[in-house]
Design a protein around this ligand. Structure first.
Ligand code: DWN
Length: 407
């Protein structure tokens, strides 16, 4: 179920060096039912290795994807902001690259929220997602979704069945795929001659400069730099047409590629800036861990009750990395119905409906889903007016340079 990977999945180099470790952690989206609390929880090492040849950062150990994804807790539709973000991506790229009656394929289409936003525009669209629970939701919503992992084999089947795609989209997916060779071979098969591949991934440069250690978990096998994309795509005859910075999920990059071998001149400046200071990152994360614990202990001594707001994958990582159990944060709330009534992996906080915040009025909520701060702050305006406080795990308590998080 858990295997070590000893070569770089982008450039195949063996020159990998350990740069950060979070210890053995439970799987971030493996929320527990009450009857599972007394059972042994699966844990696996979270260790980041950096490739000396292409600056790719990747986990040392890989968890069997069928364990992580066949039943998946994260639902794109849980955030209006993210749904509109992906809808904008699809609309602009359809305008530019998809003729009337063209085909759009979204890899990692989740509950179909993004594709649903363009379905009305007479564009043929197909979703691909391995999660049986999410594919069922998407198909019920009228988004044709193939319940499987994307592969060269599946790409061949789609091409044979309905033709090549004018646009292939993969948002927050590439980081989850171990065999990127097979992914690229599938894209080469499926992508039309003048089609575009648009991928969006968390950007390792912002992860390191903003100390986003809670975004490191077993689903995220890779932490991409632009340099890593150049090495990977070059091996498969894909050229990068543009790279755009996006302010979602702690800072991502949107990479647009097509068949060819000549990257745009705008790519090189990105690579020049990718000198990652993992030593500073390690020091900052350890300091923030200790400061967050000290703050929670201080608040508890003053009789204040702190809840967690949002049960994102990153929240599981933060609570387990810092050893924050129910004595310091007794409750976590989350708007995802399938997470309510369950418990956080590892630290076992019960997950309640966010309506309980205004009802029970904890002194403050630590916003574990800090990438949705503005949306959450709007929803909880009554709680704040009643004296409740919202805090993000690091920036409010521990302002750090280059931090693009809200306070
Ligand atoms: O790569 C991934 C990222 C993109 O999404 C996936 N592997 C898993 C997932 O990571 P995550 O769980 O950290 O994603 P989010 O979007 O940060 O999760 C937000 C959580 O917060 C959801 O469970 C929903 C919840 N939420 C809430 O309770 N109230 C969200 C909003 C906006 C809210 O108002």
């Amino acid at each position: 179920m858990i295997n070590a990977r000893t070569d770089c999945r982008c450039c195949r180099s063996k020159n990998l060096n350990e740069v950060f470790r979070l210890g053995d952690q439970p799987f971030a989206n493996a929320f527990l039912r009450s009857e599972q609390l007394s059972e042994l929880e699966l844990k696996a090492p979270l260790i980041i290795m950096e490739c000396s040849d292409c600056s790719m950062a990747q986990l040392s150990h890989i968890v069997d994807p069928t364990v992580l994804y066949r039943e998946y807790s994260f639902v794109t539709g849980s955030s209006q902001w993210m749904t509109s973000h992906f809808a904008e991506l699809l609309r602009t790229n359809i305008r530019d690259f998809v003729p009337r009656g063209g085909l759009v394929v979204e890899i990692g289409s989740n509950d179909g929220s993004a594709l649903l936003s363009i379905k009305r525009e007479g564009i043929r669209c197909i979703g691909v997602d391995p999660a049986t629970n999410l594919a069922a939701i998407a198909n019920d919503r009228g988004v044709t979704t193939l319940c499987d992992f994307f592969s060269e084999k599946l790409a061949t089947a789609i091409t044979t069945g309905v033709g090549q795609a004018d646009l292939i989209v993969a948002c927050n997916v590439l980081g989850h795929i171990d065999d990127l060779d097979d992914f690229c071979l599938g894209v080469k098969k499926l992508l039309a001659a003048n089609g575009r591949l648009v991928v969006e991934v968390p950007y390792v440069r912002w992860l390191v400069s903003n100390n986003e250690c809670d975004t490191i978990y077993h689903e995220h096998l890779s932490y991409f730099s632009v340099g890593a994309f150049v090495h990977l795509f070059h091996r498969f005859g894909l050229q990068i047409e543009k790279v755009e910075s996006q302010a979602v999920h702690g800072g991502t990059i949107r990479v647009t590629a097509k068949h060819g071998t000549e990257n745009a001149s705008s790519v090189q400046p990105w690579i020049v800036e990718e000198k990652l200071d993992w030593t500073r990152f390690r020091t900052h994360c350890e300091t923030m861990r200790l400061q967050l614990l000290a703050w929670l202990i201080r608040e508890k001594k003053e009789g204040h009750v702190i809840w967690g707001y949002g049960a994102p994958a990153k929240g599981t990582v933060l609570l387990n990395y810092c050893g924050i159990e129910s004595d310091l944060i007794p409750v976590v709330v989350d708007s995802t119905p399938s997470k309510q009534g369950k418990f956080v992996p590892g630290t076992h906080q019960p997950i309640l409906n966010p309506e309980e915040v205004l009802k029970q009025m904890p002194s403050a909520c630590l916003v574990l889903a800090w990438n949705h701060y503005q949306e959450i702050e709007r929803k909880e305006s009554a709680y704040k007016q009643a004296g409740g406080k919202l805090r993000t795990p690091f920036v409010t308590l521990f302002p750090t340079p280059n931090n693009n998080r809200t306070s």
